[in-house]
Every structure is written in structure tokens, then in C-alpha cells.
Design a protein around this ligand. Structure first.
Ligand code: UD1
Length: 380
């Protein structure tokens, strides 16, 4: 183990918006075990817009990262390759005992590959999720990361099953629950105090939230245009608030954007507290985001997912999620169905309880003690 004080040194890798929410509860928990862990936080810079990155660090109070690789945008290969090179340089300097990666974005993949090639053990938080569709870039990231990780922390029983079916040994898999829910519960008060409803002149349950950023919805112009037409159609019934991802904004002609802005309420990406306040108060969510499928399921808010598949089937089995794909008729039918129904549903999903970070750090602390004792020649 690193250093004279025999702490376990962990390099944590983040890069994109959802990663910041997943790492924050862990950083807090590691602090409680300061005698055991020394943490180094690396931001790859995959997300660099203030609204996708800085605002999350500021709001969540994440004490600055130790490194920012500023990899920025690019093709998947360019983005991943730049991050691998940068992370490798840091790992060679820091010589950590463990690399911790979260989620399924390109930065997650880069962190895991750089670590594996240097024979550094990897912990993957949110392991085992599968859409069984390799056309989703995240699916490729998930599979590779899981197969080279040493500790696989899962959020639902399906994930454990997926990993076992792929031949991953059970003793590497730890069912710990959903780390996103830790963030949601930790910030409950601050979300409550958000003034976003006043700012956008919204009334409880009198609006729908829309988010769109997945390549299958926004890179294919036919799909994007058809989805936007459906949303304009829906906005006649209830106001649609659309915090627009930069990737999606770039795809829409500014003239069209101005025209649909008269129908939809288009706003820049929101900070975490404002966005969660909107979710908690809306009538319905329309989205293609994985994290939002989970948050709505936890909160009991109906969610229509604009995809054909989800890597998070537990949100359908035990939550409020419904897959509606991209068909105009199906989307409108389901929206109508939910507009005439109650907004809140009761849901309870095992270990989505705000204690996931605690469970993860306990596993790692046990490993720390084991190594320490081994070093000192004791058995535990
Ligand atoms: C990434 C993740 C996705 C996650 C999402 C959350 C991958 C493969 N995808 O998708 O799993 O759900 O983040 O937001 O890692 N851009 C900006 N400013 C930024 C960041 C991106 O303008 O701060 C634009 C760039 O043109 C970029 C494009 O958005 O090329 C896509 O960004 P990228 O990080 O590749 O993927 P996301 O769509 O954000």
C-alpha cells in the first residue's frame, strides 16, 4: 500500500455529468475513513460546459479535482484514447492501490483500460447493467469495464445475474444498491429550496419534463425531427419543459429551434437542485437518460422512456418506467393515459436507500484491513 502511513490510495475517475453525482457520496464516505484511504480525483474533462460540469462541482461542494485532463469532445476513439493516455500518466505518477470508476461513459472505459494495463485493481460502481444492444456506446463501455474489474458494485439483482451469466465470479460481485439515490437523499433539503418553479412560472403537476441526448435519438435527424414534432403536439395539452443537452442543441437548426421554442419551454441544462425540483413536481417525465429512469422510479413519478430498450429493467419491474420507443402513436397514447392518472406512485426498490456509498466503502475498508494484516503477517 502506498505511502509511509500505509493508506490505501484510490484514484477516482469522473468525466461526464452523471459521474459527478455518483462520486460525490463516495467522496464523503471516504472522508469518514480518512485513516485508511487517500483519494485522488481525476476529471477527464469529457464534459466541459459550465452547465454540464462546473455547476455540479459547485452545487455538490466537491472539493476541486486533483487533475483535469481537458479531453473535450471528439469521436469515441479520440475521446477515449486521449483519456487513456492522460490517466495512464497520472497512474504512473500516483501509483494507486485501486482505480475507482463509475457508470458507463467513455471516461469510465478509459479509466478502467489504463488501470488494467498497469495491473492496478479496478472498482466499478454501477456494474452489471445491460441493454443487450451493442449499438449503444455505453453498452460496450459497460461490458469491457466489468470484465476487467476486480470489485463489481451492483445496483440491482438483475445486474448480479448478468455478470454471473457472463462468467464473472460471484466473489467479485457486491450488491450495494443505487449510488444516485444517495445523492438525491443527501441533497433533499437543497432541492426543496430551489426556486426554479417560480423562475419558469410553473405550477405543480402542470408540466411535463423532456430530456433527449442519446445518439440513437439525436444523431439520426429523422428520429430527432419526428420526436420534436410529437413533443410540440403534446405541448398543446400540457406545458413541456425541455432542458436541452448541448449535443442536441447543436443538431437542431437555430431557425427550427426558435420556432419550437414558442411551443416548448426550452432552457439550458439545469443544475442538479433545479432539475430534481422539476422532477419532483412535474406530471410526467419523457426522457432517454438512464439516471432519470432511476430517479423517477425512486420518487414514484411516471417516466416514459423514449428508447426501445433499457439497461435498467428494474425501473420497469419495480418502478414507474415505461418504454415507449419513438413511435408517435405510442408516445401520444401513453402520455394521454398518464395525464389522466395520479402523478405519484408508491415504489420501493431494495437498497435504493441512501446507504450505498456506506456499503461500498465498507467493502473496500475490509480489503484495506486484509491487506494491512497480510503485510504485517497476520491473518484476519
Ligand atoms: C455522455 C455519455 C452518456 C451520458 C451523458 C450525460 C458517453 C459515450 N456518453 O453523453 O452515457 O448519459 O454523457 O450527459 O460517454 N458537448 C458539449 N459540452 C459538453 C459536453 C459535450 O457541447 O460539456 C457536446 C459535444 O459536441 C460532444 C457531444 O456533446 O461531442 C457529446 O458529448 P459526449 O460526452 O460525447 O456524450 P454525451 O452525449 O454528453
Amino acid at each position: 500500500m502506498a505511502g509511509r502511513n500505509k493508506k490505501m490510495k484510490i484514484v477516482c475517475i469522473v468525466g461526464a455529468r452523471p459521474n459527478f453525482l455518483k462520486i460525490n457520496p463516495l467522496l464523503h464516505e471516504f472522508k469518514r475513513y480518512a485513516q485508511a484511504f487517500s483519494i485522488c480525483l481525476v476529471h477527464t474533462g469529457q464534459h466541459y460546459d459550465i452547465g454540464l460540469s462546473k455547476i455540479f462541482f459547485d452545487e455538490l461542494g466537491i472539493n476541486k479535482y486533483d487533475y483535469n485532463l481537458e479531453i473535450g469532445s471528439g469521436t469515441h476513439a479520440q475521446q477515449t484514447a486521449k483519456a487513456i493516455v492522460g490517466i495512464e500518466r497520472i497512474l504512473l505518477k500516483e501509483l494507486p492501490d485501486l482505480v475507482l470508476v463509475v457508470g458507463d461513459v467513455n471516461s469510465t472505459l478509459a479509466g478502467a483500460i489504463a488501470a488494467a494495463k498497469l495491473h492496478i485493481p479496478i472498482a466499478h460502481v454501477e456494474a452489471g447493467l445491460r441493454s443487450f444492444d451493442n449499438n449503444m456506446p455505453e453498452e460496450i463501455n459497460r461490458k469491457i469495464v466489468d470484465h476487467i474489474s476486480t470489485y463489481l458494485f451492483t445496483s440491482c439483482p438483475e445486474a448480479n445475474e448478468n455478470l454471473k451469466k457472463e462468467g464473472i465470479s460471484s466473489d467479485k460481485i457486491f450488491f450495494v444498491g443505487n449510488i444516485m439515490i444517495d445523492s438525491l437523499l443527501d441533497n433533499k433539503k437543497r432541492i426543496k429550496f430551489s426556486k426554479i418553479l417560480n423562475r419558469l412560472k410553473l405550477k405543480k403537476e402542470e408540466f411535463i419534463i423532456l430530456t433527449l441526448h442519446r445518439p440513437e435519438n439525436v444523431e439520426n435527424m429523422d428520429n430527432l425531427v419526428s420526436l420534436l414534432k410529437v413533443m410540440v403536439n403534446i405541448s398543446v395539452k400540457l406545458r413541456v419543459v425541455f432542458p436541452i443537452h448541448p449535443r442536441t442543441r447543436k443538431k437542431i437548426d437555430p431557425f427550427i429551434l426558435r420556432r419550437i421554442n414558442k411551443k416548448l419551454t426550452i432552457v439550458n441544462p439545469l443544475g442538479y437542485f433545479d432539475f430534481q425540483k422539476l422532477i419532483a413536481n412535474c406530471k410526467l417525465v419523457l426522457t432517454d437518460s438512464g439516471g432519470i429512469q432511476e430517479e423517477t422510479s425512486f420518487l414514484g413519478i411516471p417516466c416514459l422512456t423514449l428508447l426501445d430498450k433499457t439497461e435498467r429493467p428494474i425501473t420497469i419491474r419495480c418502478g414507474t418506467n415505461h418504454l415507449v420507443g419513438r413511435s408517435k402513436d405510442v408516445i401520444i397514447r401513453e402520455v394521454n393515459r398518464f395525464l389522466n392518472r395520479p402523478t405519484k406512485y408508491k415504489t420501493k426498490i431494495k437498497f435504493w436507500d441512501g446507504k450505498t456509498a456506506r456499503r461500498i466503502v465498507r467493502v473496500l475498508f475490509y480489503e484495506y484491513k486484509k491487506r494491512l494484516n497480510h503485510k504485517n503477517g497476520n491473518k484476519i
